[in-house]
Write a protein of this length. Structure first.
Length: 118
């Protein structure tokens, strides 16, 4: 059995893909004081690429794209096993072909923390 055949065996395994917009550190009292109109400042600049992780491991960096009411992700660079990023140019088109079956279900308004307490 070749290495390519081995990858064929694992290609259907589900993994969790996460796109991290940014991070911040807050005191619990500040988290509990968040309301619907609160703004939380993150550690990432507007033009910085987002981290793309599979099962918590960084694999790429990218940027958010949108078409109509859908969000997608354009990969800007892939991260090698050694942690060094290698540039992977991607076409700039935002057609349905670039965003296959990517849906972001974002509620119009986040649920109120008061409503969760009942």
């Amino acid at each position: 059995m070749s290495i390519a055949d081995g990858f064929g065996l694992i290609q259907d395994i589900d993994v969790r893909l996460t796109v991290e917009l940014g991070r911040t550190q807050m005191r619990l009292r500040d988290v509990l004081a968040l309301t619907e109109d609160s703004v939380v400042r993150l550690d990432r600049l507007v033009d910085e690429p987002l981290d793309v992780m599979v099962n918590g491991k960084l694999i790429a960096r990218g940027e958010v794209v949108s078409e109509g009411n859908r969000f997608g992700l354009r990969i800007l660079e892939l991260v090698s096993a050694g942690g060094v990023a290698t540039f992977a140019p991607v076409p700039v088109a935002t057609s349905e072909a670039v965003l296959p079956e990517i849906e972001a279900k974002v509620p119009a308004k986040p649920a109120s923390p008061r409503a969760a307490r009942g």
